[in-house]
Design a protein around this ligand. Structure first.
Ligand code: GAR
Length: 223
């Protein structure tokens, strides 16, 4: 993919879509060589669909309730993704577990962002669990999606120090501020052909990553 042809990207959401907005903004500003050409949601009325429409991007909903079971939903989603043929599928707050065949079909071409320093704190309610455990650090991770929930090869993480005044709400705000910088950046790497999942793991600029790229909050939020 050359810089004159931005990579088409499909973004999948279930909710507010603040990460989607950050990706749309970065693409519109020409900061990353991708073009969001479709936004898909499993939740009717998800605000991310409205964000897509406002950005002039096709927004579609596949309401999970319309399908007999997970298999039927994933088949329909898989067919739709095949038609759309994006260069990359981005999960941005998409809160469904995808079945193995669908994930395999997009292996190396599907990214997720998860609000913890994976492999710690997979699953839901990460901010609460981190506080309850008395952790000193927290963060967010971008990874290639595999069949293992929140378990695919790590690409990059943004990290923060937890303060005594932090709450679930404050952590959510701080983590999201990091995500809004980290995720577009990683998506940009992929769009530019700098990032790939090879046989031996993640490669950035032709070099295998032995550990994810880690950035601290102060570095991430520097203007
Ligand atoms: C994000 O913080 C993302 O890390 C999280 O959902 C939020 C979506 O926010 N994803 C997961 O928990 C996936 N396991 P957004 O809709 O405002 O982008």
């Amino acid at each position: 993919m050359t810089s004159s042809a931005p990579m088409p990207v499909a973004v999948m959401i279930s909710g507010s879509g603040t990460n989607l907005q950050a990706i749309l903004d970065a693409a519109a500003a020409g900061a990353i060589p991708i073009r969001v050409h479709a936004v898909l949601s499993d939740v009717p009325g998800a605000f991310g669909l409205e964000r897509a429409r406002q950005a002039g991007v096709a927004a579609e909903c596949l309401p999970a309730a319309d399908f007999a079971d997970r298999h039927a939903f994933d088949q329909a989603l898989g067919r739709r993704l095949e038609q759309l043929a994006p260069g990359l599928v981005v999960l941005a707050g998409f809160m469904r577990i995808l079945s193995a065949p669908l994930v395999r079909a997009w292996a190396g071409r599907m990214l997720n962002i998860h609000p913890s320093l994976l492999p710690a704190y997979r699953g839901l309610h990460t901010h609460r669990r981190v506080l309850e455990a008395g952790e000193r650090q927290h963060g967010t991770s971008v990874h290639f999606v595999t069949e293992e929930l929140d378990g695919g090869p790590l690409i990059a993480q943004a990290r923060l120090d937890i303060g005594p005044e932090d709450t679930e709400t404050s952590l959510n705000q701080r983590i999201q501020a990091l995500e809004h910088r980290l995720y577009p950046q990683v998506i940009g790497w992929f769009g530019a052909g700098r990032l790939r999942l090879g046989a031996d793991g993640v490669e950035l600029d032709g070099t295998p990553l032995t550990a994810p790229v880690v950035r601290d909050e102060a570095e991430m939020l520097r203007p």
